[in-house]
Ligand binder design. Sequence first.
Ligand SMILES: Cc1cc2nc3c(=O)[nH]c(=O)nc-3n(C[C@H](O)[C@H](O)[C@H](O)COP(=O)(O)OP(=O)(O)OC[C@H]3O[C@@H](n4cnc5c(N)ncnc54)[C@H](O)[C@@H]3O)c2cc1C
Ligand code: SF4
Length: 488
Amino acid sequence: MNRRDQFMHVPRKSGTERASSERIGDFEEYKERFSEAEASTQASRCMDCGTPFCHVGETYGQVKIGCPVYNLIPEWNLLVEQGNFQEALVRLQQTNNFPEFTGRVCPAPCEGSCTLSINEPAVSIKHIERTIIDIGFEKGWVQPRIPTVRSQYRIAIVGSGPAGLAAADQLNQAGHQVTVFEREDQIGGLLTYGIPAMKLSKDVVARRVRLLETEGILFKTGVTIGLDVSLDQLKADYEAVILCVGATEPRKLLDVPTSGVGYAMDYLTSVTRQLLTGQPVQDQHEMKGKDVLVIGGGDTGADCVATALRQGCRSVVQFGKHEMPGTVRATDNMWPDTPNLYTLDYGYEEALAQFGRDPREYLIAIERYTTSETGQLTGVWTVHNEKIRHPDGRIEFQAIPGTEKYFPVDTMLIAIGFSGVEQDVLRHLAVETHNGKIKTTSYATNQEGVFAAGDARRGQSLIVWAIREGREVAEAVEHHLRALQQTG
Ligand SMILES: Cc1cc2nc3c(=O)[nH]c(=O)nc-3n(C[C@H](O)[C@H](O)[C@H](O)COP(=O)(O)OP(=O)(O)OC[C@H]3O[C@@H](n4cnc5c(N)ncnc54)[C@H](O)[C@@H]3O)c2cc1C
Ligand code: SF4
């Protein structure tokens, strides 16, 4: 009989991490899955609270609750606790097409909504999820599911990120003929060229792509829709087209030096391309012996810090505009909302071990750049700000006198977010947009038979949301196909 008070006796554990000093020497994954025994012990911390918020997956105003794909978390926790990993895998695959991705890199909003997390560390949901699927692959329980009956409908999916892959998986399993078009040389979208290999091994992505291929999905790489093949051509050749083209138009920083400045995405992509193909990175993406500055306090910036460390940078700092988050929830960020708390992400932990300090600088602004005679960036003068909240809700940043500081910089990477779908992609596809994203009604665009999902529709987000959108757009396409069938 399971005791539902195990959380009172068993402390939370996450997966074992390789030592910082060791892991910055390579691009291998930095974390290992639980052993079966560890996973069972950790799953026993789930108190089966009766009204679980962890799997709700909804947004109420600004408050985001639980797992966006509605993973059946308490159910698989119980099965894992009982040592029944095979049945846990069956439950997991009912809701999540790619748990090996989310189990590694999801920020786990489920854990922020775990009832236990009101006053105790949450259940290690994400890492249990990873352990279930990794064991599933290791033991050969994940096998190709090849549809036995095929419909006459052909579906074209543009973009092979998690949204495109999830939609492809759903529609292929429903028996339709699915082709995925990708402009890059590799399938995976940001799973491949974006998220660094030490967080998500490219072998893990390739393993899933091979499985989808065996199940009947056709992948065409090196094809840019809008350039090599027009959208009109796709509409003529396929009964439905789904645009999952992502949202990687970078926010720009104006008036920067002409040399020594680059965009985070270009940098991360070229380093991963080097790992996959051996193609050397350009000088501007080689950080060995350099002083590196990352602008932007988010996760993309954190990935740049970790990547620069692996290349052997001399120093690395990351500038953020906002204040340092607290270690306890603020009153406007209470459970079950996703917590905004100070954490030492993997790259920061590594920088701390390497250079003795957390690389993040908060509430900081660049006053001016210093450059060489050739226009090459050599450093930045900065000032720390005070964040002032006015009674009418306005927020203002005011420089604090006497806080001026100089940082030597060889390379500055801009990681201040994304404004929407890439401008070039939108120009060539010519679908209606809103605020830089593709405008849809129930996932349908303004063009007959053309749908959109993922970051291209909702803006830069998370893998788990892309998977949910992929699943939902597949349902919308099913409705469309049924309507086609009825009209003859
Ligand atoms: C650096 C970085 C790190 C991140 N880390 C995390 C993380 O740790 N955890 C997490 O949950 N989320 C993370 N994210 C966010 C997450 O990766 C995205 O939300 C997710 O990948 C979106 O999926 P998508 O399928 O909508 O688009 P994408 O993954 O962006 O895929 C879009 C694909 O469309 C292709 N494409 C575009 N136009 C065309 C065209 N005209 N013809 C053919 N192909 C085209 C692109 O080449 C690309 O492969 C990160 C994002 C970045 C940038
Ligand atoms: S997909 Fe993300 S939110 Fe859902 S259970 Fe896994 S870690 Fe939690």
